[in-house]
Design a protein around this ligand. Structure first.
Ligand SMILES: [Zn+2]
Length: 436
């Protein structure tokens, strides 16, 4: 597979760095241009045929990378004399792309990902364009991608829109796998915007556009603050640790009584109110090499108090609230079942014994399989003995928090590895154990 890097951006927000002497993709991160980080990741994925689209100050890119020999890759250049937008150049490089899928990368992102994994997803879905999507720490000023249950893209809600609804924190990361057939749809003249002129039109036509959800590291290096954060993440090893080729560590989080206040069965969004330390705790997980995955029993579906869509709406509220303050959850798993029949109004379809209701461990094993998690390196934080027993059953280390039910539910006798005041105290305890 070949890769195209869009490196024409001016980078007005990085002027202190670039002094208008170098284009944005040449801005240094840990002493190395952003583009070099990208090329090294492509090479690690055996992608060695690269075309760089250059624009403003493009000659500095060509001078630095030349033919690519020194970096172990082969680089061609396409220079835009007048800016062609984020997709216009594609129509001009059909001979480079040939009749294959190609990777399109924006030249201002730092990433370390398993591209083969994304490619097999793209092929399995028979997708024409696959967007790399993920939760990030600033969904409020990012384009939100709305997916159906099959991960097909239904809509992209621009960062410029005012959002008066709860939304999943699923953001377009600026990395795409594109079928070569798409080139035929790109006009050969004028400024073409990939999202507006190509992707949105295809979504309207119900074309095969999919989101590829990943927990791997990809961050836009468009501002000086973001570059500083990326440098910290590189030094701490987080960037490379999150590549899904590597075994992941996870902190599994119970929901009610741990992340949000315990208000009995929660079956409407109004009842979800965050514990006061939840945002800070989850932010700390996000900055570490651990994933943050929620696993929660929600028998209110089986009881007939609400349906699956209501639970998803509650989770959209959770993601929106966390996202507004810079925190995100990597994945959410819930069990809608309950084993005991005989209540008025119950939903018989979900009144079944299952393997996912905690303390059974199917939500954990499912996550482990999806995200390549090493359970022996992972933790669970919860407020009930059910959570602690779940952790024991799955081979996790366990923390009981004194919020919510504070372990007084009396269902199991398993004792936790640690007892902490709240979720923030629990996360601090886990992360301190890492460094000591
Ligand atoms: Zn279940």
């Amino acid at each position: 597979m070949r890769a195209v890097i869009m490196a024409g951006g001016k980078g007005t927000r990085l002027l202190t760095f670039t002094r208008n002497q170098i284009p944005k993709p040449m801005a240094p991160v840990c002493g190395k241009p952003i583009l070099q980080w990208q090329i090294e990741c492509l090479k690690a994925n055996s992608i060695t045929e690269i075309c760089i689209i250059t624009g403003h100050l493009g000659e500095t890119i060509q001078e630095y990378f030349g033919t690519g020999d020194f970096f172990g890759v082969s680089i061609q250049y396409f220079h835009e004399n007048i800016p062609l937008g984020t997709a216009g150049a594609i129509a001009h490089i059909a001979s480079f792309i040939k009749n294959e899928n190609f990777l399109l990368v924006f030249g201002d992102t730092i990433f370390d990902i398993d591209i083969e994994r994304m490619l097999s997803y793209h092929k399995k879905k028979n997708s024409s364009i696959t967007l790399f999507v993920h939760p990030n720490s600033h969904p409020v000023d990012s384009d939100i991608v709305i997916l159906d249950d099959n991960k097909k893209v239904i809509k992209i809600d621009s960062k410029n829109n005012i959002r008066k609804y709860w939304y999943n924190n699923i953001v377009n990361a600026g990395l795409y796998l594109i079928s070569s057939k798409v080139i035929e749809d790109v006009p050969k003249s004028g400024k073409i915007d990939l999202e507006k002129d190509i992707i949105s039109k295809k979504i309207e036509k119900n074309d095969e556009i999919y989101g590829y959800l990943s927990t791997e590291y990809i961050k836009d290096a468009g501002t000086i603050e973001r570059i500083s954060q990326i440098e910290l993440d590189i030094f701490s090893g987080v960037v490379s640790a999150k590549n899904l080729l590597k075994k992941q560590k996870c902190i599994f989080l119970d929901r009610d009584g741990t992340i949000n206040l315990d208000k009995g069965l929660i079956y409407k969004p109004d009842d979800l109110i965050l514990e006061h330390t939840a945002v800070d705790a989850i932010k700390k997980i996000n900055h570490s090499s651990y994933l943050a995955i929620v696993i929660t029993n929600q028998p209110s579906v089986a009881r007939g108090l609400c349906d699956i869509e209501d639970i998803q709406e509650i989770h959209r509220k959770l993601c929106t609230l966390l996202g507004q303050d810079g925190a995100f959850i990597d994945d959410i798993q819930f069990c809608p079942h309950h084993p005991d029949r005989g209540y008025p109004g119950e939903n018989l379809e979900y009144k079944i014994p299952c393997q996912c209701r905690k303390p059974s461990i199917e939500m954990i094993t499912r996550s482990a399989q999806a995200w390549n998690i090493d359970l022996s390196q992972s933790w669970i934080i919860g407020d009930t003995t059910v959570d602690i027993q779940t952790g024991k059953n799955a081979g996790l280390k366990t923390v009981l928090v004194k919020t919510g039910q504070a372990g007084l539910d009396g269902k199991f006798t398993a004792s936790p590895d640690r007892v902490c005041k709240n979720i923030l105290d629990a996360v601090n305890t886990i992360l301190q154990g890492e460094t000591s």
